[in-house]
Design a protein around this ligand. Structure first.
Ligand code: UT7
Length: 329
């Protein structure tokens, strides 16, 4: 495939109104501390969906901002791809609910379940669709309402995650702008290290499952951490190789925002100084598929990513899934 084919033309994001600070965990009986969470993860707070907020509403709000910025109307959208691990309903896909809310009647709409890599996978699927010549304008969203699938009694996980959505509008490349390289990998042999063990079609919900909480997210944190560092480091190398660029060519690195220590290790391996790494995990926690598009939207709004910037994305999540991309914005 001769690149660039697709370019990212606009961004937007939305997060719930309610902010849940590290110090708020005491109020729900979780034995932790602001100091522990900040030291081990870099997280200071996260946004949590309240009554009336759900994945559809967050994704629709993020999409509207990105569409307005791109000057694209709902009827011009050819496709809506939503990366998420926390859909509003198990059937149908939340992307069709977003389609209905936007009134994007011409758009084909579907979800991608690749956990924290969902937006990055979605961008690569959209690039392939644009390459066919059958599509011109594709909305790619990463969104999560993880607060509704985490176990609020498990301090190993509940302190880590947050809710939100980020959206991007993709169009066919012009003026050499767009995706210069992209890489995706998966390893299902490690699926049990980060998963929701029960409650799916293999083990449908029962009162016992609900009581023991095995339908909620569970994670072997230390193992996931090691794999994340190893895979993200490798993915960063491959993105640079694929684009035939070196670390000094990268203006901004936007990694998945799970843990500041993983971000620092990935940047160090890639030889990218932290001044060039966009970090917002302190304010949003780990928003899984939403983390990179929210960060991109903020970096764009702050003028850190602008037309002509060379940006590297690196993601890692449950599955395991991981990947990377270099984009000339
Ligand atoms: O987005 C997908 C990818 N996900 C990730 O990348 C997450 C990867 N994992 C991590 O970020 C880290 O492994 C964690 C932040 C989850 C944990 O940090 P850690 O340095 O690996 O700590 P640990 O799991 O080894 O636990 C250290 C100690 C344990 O106590 P003991 O057994 O040493 O006495 C835990 O019980 O910290 C304890 N602990 C806590 N203490 C206070 C675990 N959670 C908490 C907590 N507050 N919230």
């Amino acid at each position: 495939m001769k690149r660039p084919i697709a370019m990212l033309t606009a961004t937007g994001h939305a997060v719930p109104t309610r902010v849940f600070k590290n110090t708020d965990f005491a109020s729900i009986g979780i034995e932790t501390s602001d100091e522990w969470i900040r030291e081990r993860t870099g997280i200071g707070q996260r946004h949590i969906a309240g009554a009336g907020e759900n994945l559809t509403s967050l994704c629709t709000a993020a999409a509207r901002t990105a569409m307005e910025q791109a000057g694209v109307t709902a009827s011009e959208l050819d496709a809506i791809i939503l990366g998420t691990a926390s859909p509003d309903r198990l059937l149908p896909a939340t992307a069709v609910e977003v389609q209905a809310k936007l009134g994007a009647s011409r758009a084909v709409a579907f979800d991608i379940d690749a956990a924290c890599s969902g937006w990055l996978y979605g961008i690569q699927v959209a690039e392939g669709m644009l390459a066919t010549g059958n599509y011109e304008t594709i909305l790619v969203i990463g969104g999560e309402v993880l607060s509704r699938i985490v176990n609020w009694k498990d301090r190993n996980t509940c302190v880590l995650f947050g809710d939100g959505a980020g959206a991007t509008v993709l169009k066919r490349s012009t003026k050499g702008r767009g995706i210069l390289s992209a890489y995706m990998r998966s390893d299902g042999t490690l699926a049990d290290l980060l998963h929701r063990p029960k409650g799916g079609a293999a083990d449908p919900l029962t009162p016992e499952i609900l009581a023991e909480g095995t339908h909620l997210l569970t994670m072997a944190g230390r193992e996931v951490f090691k794999n994340a560092v190893r895979s993200m480091a490798d993915a960063a190398d491959r993105a640079l190789d694929g684009a035939k660029l070196s670390a000094t060519d990268i203006d901004v690195m936007i990694p998945h925002q799970a843990n500041i220590r993983i971000i620092e290790a990935t940047a160090k391996h890639a030889n990218i100084p932290m001044e060039k790494v966009f970090v917002n995990v302190d304010r949003f926690g780990n928003t899984s598929a939403a983390s990179i598009p929210i960060a991109l939207s903020e970096a764009h709004a702050q003028g850190i990513v602008k037309e002509g910037s060379t940006v590297m994305f690196v993601a890692f999540g449950a599955g395991f899934t991981w990947g990377s991309m270099v984009v000339r914005y």
